[in-house]
Write a protein of this length. Structure first.
Lengths: 500, 100, 653
């Protein structure tokens, strides 16, 4: 079965059909079906995934442009599968959340599906050429989602988002070209095959250290901007504040994960072969992202902006865990990707629901909403608690694993994070929920009604998942455990695995 | 037989006049006339060389070129007439709606 | 056989939580009977397990979880006595709450959260590893947040909830740091673990403490202590506890008596071998505990809010328990039994006191004792059960509090003989103050003339019943259980083969050769009778002021007295912590970072884009859109090209 190709193709077809539908009812139904099928496929893949095997699974490989060595190769391992699962889950829930979208619904849902195509492609592509194409495809729907359905400063935000991440992608592309043009296959031809090129970086005769350092820096920049890590994070709050809720959810839950995925797939295999200074630099970036992001979130007045900065802070754990390079920390960082992808959905959905039921997101203007929106308040509180790392939910497991694992190699940085960010993180989450939900209901909000059932459904599903993976993290960490070993060990190509 | 150099000289003079007009003039009609001069100077060259070394290719090209020039003149003048109706002038300096 | 169902002790309250939150809204009393039944079931199970394992067995079950961690159940003497106490006290509190919360529209939410609270506390007690303990520890914090903020429409309740969560969270950060440190220290030993053993399991930790470097042990112990200080309301993280009474009184009773605050003491007791092996750690425990005991007692003297007085007394008594553990440096592992005994005795009489005050508040409708007066005339049951609780708290001879507190003071004296008298002196002062403020409360509220117009009726039987049961325990538990209890708990760490002598050598408490200090048989007579004197003397002082009115409190202090203001304001801790540290320092840093982000990080970016756009804007002027200009350029270009080529050819390139 060509699971992966099918999984990528169906949302693409769905996007085209959805684009040509006339009514909202048709568009959203098409979108729902076109996103449910990939979810079913990804669940099937999860069931059929061999958790102990170290080889790439569900691999498909076809010749595409032989003259320049481009192949259509897709496959997943323990790094990609959880993110594939995350993408399909989030895509379904975000479509359900947007059930009531009024403005150009056919285009809206088509773009959401197109986004799913790109993200799934990034998480499964094993060919740098293909990887880059999917990487760039993702920009397009997000650009339009922000630019058409966005808030007052949508033009500025959309262009900033596009150009910032695109410039970073181009730097990454140059680095990919450098890899491509430096390495010859034994028969003299060239290849874009990801694993082959990554394996070759281990050989100092092919990639002299000076060159490899530059390539590494280029790739790193591309991924860090996407993550986003300090100091490349400023596109994120702007994009989030202006994006429609569904756009924000997808942006935070899936697009940021592309950066993290790149770190695991591309950066970590090269890391042992480059200058050791990079470890320190990345660790500093990670710690600054965590601490600085947390403090910035505390200073925000706009709920959505606060959530956006909390993403910067949480994604810092991914960087920290990755660069600490221990089995536990890498696993934790991978789990943090998965967990943050889920939890941040609830946060952005909460902000979105507040925006359209109450009409403002300014924390200082809100108060006592629990009185009129009890169900929503329950879910929002649960989401915020999950985000601050409450044990029993997935965020805690991830952060705990990152911190425990990182201490072995980066003790000072880890302790800085523990002592500065964790209490502050709890602080801004609680401060916001308390201000928004509790206290006496303000007079002007007496008419506010509870959130729509489809919004509550999406949020409650995510809370349930966060609890599920908080109580049974081994559902995912079992897969990641093997992947973490793989990341730390030498790269094995598909041919050596015996897959193709 | 008139030496080919004289044709080339004539064509060069015509081309230079045309080019000069094209660079200096701002009136649409004048520009069209200058373009005709350029085209025809090229035609003269084509025909002259064709006659000089017995080969009809050049004359065929010249015919193409004339037909092309006619079409070009037709479209060009049509545009100019439209512009005149719209702006009341064919001084090209004044027609700058699409400029930055 | 009961032990096989030990997981139900936590599972049942969790089930009650689910039932209450989904169906409680449609049931009478918010489905509270689910919660009561679940806890009562836990009590029955605990009793069954106790019967099975007493006197010399333990229960240990474990399954793998994720990565290098497991979940498991460990029921040893320390855990089972805590389980029994918590299930018993909490069952009574929930029963009482059936009456107390009757008619509250949020009753379902209350009972759901209360059930979760109970589950978290029980899970904390019988965790078999430190990570699981931490998880339940945090859940306890969450539930306290939810319950303190139960009346979330009240801004003060919402603020108190936030304060409780954040303050304990500061402690939790230290606990987390301890976890990280301990795990990495254990991991670096490269132990060959048997299947079913995990690095953070208590038996594994106990077995390998001696191999961890002593300085690391001290770090770990101090970080753990930080967690305990946050949870158990020790100085300087006690600030949340007096505010925590913003919740319903039953919540205060749960937090102060059975759950939450005892968790910190329990943690130190659970990790006692580690503290014992860590140089200086127990000294810090003893000093913090004793200081908190005295410090909180002084604040209890001036408060007018009946629950606030009790809250300060809780802080103070927790200080006693901590000090009791801390002086273990001198008396060894016996300190665990002494301290936990006080913890359990305290939970009986403190639950009793809170429930009684709840009963009074239920009737009078205010927390301010200045508006009560003479309540005893109308609420006989409440008054006399509260009297028993107060006598116990004050340490009146033969009451539970006397036995447990006396023992702590006694070992504090031994500690003084061997090491340092400071804890002993502070505890003696604190005990005296305890007697005074407890009876100030009782006399002011229950005797004299009514000072305001309130409902003069007794509470319903569903509330009185638990009071009577608790009063029985507050009265008799100490007398009947003390010696057996000490014997039983002293065996706790023998199950793991902990060699306290070796650990004491690492910790520097005992010399290589000698036995652990003197037996303390030679206490002078004055030390022996001092507890009697301070208990009875303290009560008499309170009577002089507040019952016989022979002395006017105004003689000692006045409205303008700075010391009184200082005490009333709680040593300005709120002002320092919340107002200055949280709002000025932390928020200030946040604002500063925000400014940096906008002006510098984003500013540089915008500058770059501005320059690019500006450059493009200038460059586009070249594109005039006038074809003639282009032609000119083309012609000139060709001319230049031709010239260059010509020159090139001439030169012969």
């Amino acid at each position: 079965m060509n699971y992966i190709s099918l999984m990528i193709a169906i949302p693409l077809i769905g996007a085209i059909i959805s684009f040509f539908t006339r009514t909202r009812a048709q568009a959203r139904m098409v979108a729902l079906i076109a996103s449910l099928v990939p979810l079913a496929i990804s669940l099937q893949m999860y069931m059929g995934f061999d958790k102990t095997s170290k080889i790439m699974q569900f691999v498909e490989s076809y010749t595409w442009i032989p003259s320049i060595g481009v192949k259509y190769t897709v496959g997943v391992d323990g790094i990609g599968l959880p993110l594939v699962l995350l993408s399909t889950i989030v895509s379904v829930l975000v479509i359900i959340y947007s059930w009531g979208e009024d403005k150009r619904p056919n285009q809206f849902f088509a773009l959401l599906l197109l986004n799913e195509v790109g993200v799934l492609g990034v998480f499964t592509a094993l060919d740098f050429f293909l990887f880059y194409i999917f990487w760039e495809i993702v920009l397009i729907p997000m650009f339009f989602l922000i630019g058409v359905w966005g808030g007052p400063r949508k033009d500025y935000a959309a262009i900033k988002f596009f150009i910032y991440t695109h410039v970073a992608s181009l730097v990454m592309l140059l680095a990919i070209f450098a890899l491509y043009f430096t390495y010859h296959m034994p028969d003299g031809s060239r290849t874009f095959d990801m694993l082959t090129l990554l394996q070759a970086t281990a050989d100092p005769k092919i990639f002299p250290p000076g060159l490899l350092n530059i390539i590494f820096a280029g790739l790193l920049l591309g991924f860090l901007v996407k993550m986003p890590a300090f100091p490349f994070h400023t596109w994120l709050p702007d994009a989030h504040v202006e994006a429609p809720t569904a756009g924000s959810v997808v942006l935070a839950a899936l697009l940021l994960k592309m950066g993290g995925y790149g770190i695991f797939r591309v950066i970590l295999p090269i890391l042992p072969h480059v200058n050791k200074i990079f470890v320190t630099v990345i660790a500093i970036i990670a710690v600054l992202s965590i601490v600085y992001g947390a403090f910035l979130a505390l200073a925000q007045k706009d709920l959505k902006k606060m959530v956006a900065y909390s993403s910067v802070s949480h994604m810092g754990f991914v960087t920290l865990g990755a660069v600490a390079f221990t089995w536990m920390s890498i696993q934790g960082a991978m789990f943090q990707q998965f967990s943050h992808g889920l939890i941040t959905c609830v946060l952005f959905m909460s902000a979105g629901t507040i925006q359209h039921t109450v009409g403002t997101r300014v924390i200082g203007d809100l108060g006592g909403l629990a009185d009129r929106m009890p169900k929503f308040a329950f879910l929002m509180l649960a989401g915020f608690l999950a985000s601050l790392g409450l044990p029993g939910m997935s965020g805690f497991v991830a952060e705990f694993m990152v911190l425990t694992g990182s201490y072995a190699t980066l003790p000072v940085f880890t302790m800085i994070v523990v002592f500065t960010s964790i209490a502050v993180t709890a602080g801004y989450h609680l401060w916001a929920t308390q201000k928004v939900l509790f206290g006496p209901i303000l007079k002007k909000y007496l008419q506010v009604h509870d959130a729509h059932s489809y919004e509550l459904f999406s949020m409650s599903m995510i809370i349930l998942l966060a609890i599920l993976f908080g109580v049974r993290p081994n559902l995912i960490t079992d897969i990641m455990g093997v992947a973490a070993y793989q990341v730390m060990g030498p790269v094995v190509t598909l041919t050596q695995m015996g897959v193709i | 037989m008139i030496p080919v150099e004289l044709y080339i000289l004539l064509a060069s003079i015509m081309f230079t006049i045309g080019l000069y007009g094209l660079v200096t003039q701002r009136n649409g009609i004048k520009l069209m006339m200058c373009i005709e001069l350029l085209l025809n100077s090229a035609n003269i060259n084509l025909v002259a060389f064709s006659a000089n070394q017995p080969n009809v290719d050049g004359q065929v090209f010249a015919l193409f070129s004339i037909a092309l020039a006619a079409a070009e003149a037709g479209v060009g003048f049509a545009i100019l007439i439209s512009l005149y109706r719209l702006y009341g002038t064919i001084e090209l300096d004044n027609i700058n709606a699409l400029r930055w | 056989m009961y032990a096989d169902y030990a997981y139900l002790i936590v599972a049942m309250p969790v089930l009650a939580f689910v039932l209450c939150i989904f169906f409680g809204w449609h049931l009478p009393k918010g489905g509270g009977f689910f919660t009561v039944l679940a806890t009562f079931g836990g009590l029955i199970l605990s009793l069954g397990i106790f019967k099975e394992i007493y006197p010399d067995k333990i229960v240990h079950q474990s399954i793998p979880w994720f990565a290098n961690f497991n979940v498991g159940i460990l029921i040893d003497p320390l855990a089972i006595v805590m389980l029994l106490m918590v299930t018993f006290v909490v069952t009574l509190i929930h029963t009482y709450a059936l009456g107390y919360m009757d008619g509250d529209p949020g009753a379902a939410r209350y009972f759901a959260e209360a059930a979760l609270f109970t589950a978290a506390m029980l899970g904390l007690i019988y965790s078999d590893n430190l990570l699981q303990l931490f998880i339940f520890w945090e859940l306890v914090g969450l539930c306290s947040f939810l319950l303190i903020g139960f009346w979330y429409r009240k801004p003060s309740a919402a603020a108190a909830a936030k304060k409780a969560f954040l303050t304990t969270r500061v402690g939790d950060v230290l606990f987390l740091a301890a976890l990280v440190l301990l795990y990495n220290n254990m991991a670096s030993l490269n132990l060959a673990l048997k299947p079913g053993e995990y690095l953070l399991q208590f038996p594994v930790i106990y077995a390998h403490i001696a191999q961890i470097p002593p300085t690391q042990l001290t770090f770990i112990a101090l970080c753990l202590l930080g967690g305990a200080v946050g949870k158990s309301g020790q100085f300087p993280l006690h600030v949340w506890l007096p505010d925590a009474m913003e919740g319903p009184t039953t919540v205060s009773a749960m937090i102060h008596a059975a759950t939450m605050v005892t968790a910190g003491v329990y943690l130190v007791a659970r990790m006692f071998p580690l503290f014992y092996a860590a140089p200086n750690a127990l000294t810090v425990v003893a000093l913090i505990g004793a200081f908190t005991g005295l410090f909180a007692a002084t604040m209890g003297l001036t408060a007018f809010d009946i629950k606030r007085v009790l809250a300060f007394s809780t802080v103070s008594q927790l200080g006693f328990m901590m000090a009791g553990l801390g002086v273990g440096a001198a008396v060894g592992v016996a300190a665990v039994g002494v301290s936990i005994f006080h913890l359990i005795g305290h939970s009986f009489f403190k639950a009793l006191l809170f429930l009684c005050s709840g009963s009074v508040i239920h009737a009078v409708g205010t927390n301010d004792m200045r508006e009560m007066g003479g309540v005893g005339k109308y609420m006989k049951w409440t008054a006399y059960t509260m009297l028993i609780g107060s006598l116990s708290l004050a340490g009146f001879p033969l009451f539970t509090g006397f036995f447990s507190k006396d023992e702590i003071i006694k070992i504090a004296y031994e500690y003084g003989v061997q090491i340092n008298y400071l804890p002993y002196i502070m505890l003696i002062c604190a005990a005296t103050l305890t007697a005074i403020y407890t009876f100030r409360l009782w006399f002011v509220a229950f005797t004299g003339e009514p000072r305001s117009d309130y409902h003069k009726h007794e509470s319903p039987w569903i509330m009185i019943g638990p009071l009577v049961l608790l009063a029985v325990f507050a009265l008799g538990f100490g007398f009947f259980a003390q010696s057996g209890f000490y014997q039983y708990l002293d065996t706790n760490f023998e199950h793991y083969g902990v060699d306290f002598h070796a650990l004491g050598v690492i910790g520097g408490h005992i010399s290589e050769a000698g036995a652990a200090g003197g037996e303390g048989a030679g206490e002078p007579f004055i030390v022996k009778i001092l507890p009697y004197i301070i208990a009875i003397g303290g009560i008499l002082v309170a009577m002089l002021f507040y019952y016989w009115h022979k002395l006017d409190p105004g003689l000692v202090t006045s409205e303008r007295d700075p010391i009184r203001r200082l005490l009333l304001k709680g040593y300005y801790q709120h002002e320092i912590f919340t107002a200055w540290f949280a709002e000025t320092v932390v928020y200030g840093v946040a604002i500063l970072f925000n400014l940096i982000d906008i002006k510098i990080v984003d500013g540089v970016l915008n500058k770059i884009s501005e320059v690019t756009v500006g450059f493009g804007g200038n460059l586009r002027k070249v594109q005039t859109g006038v074809v003639q200009n282009y032609i000119t350029a083309v012609v000139l270009g060709i001319v230049v090209l031709v010239i260059v080529i010509e020159i090139g050819m001439k030169v012969g390139l």
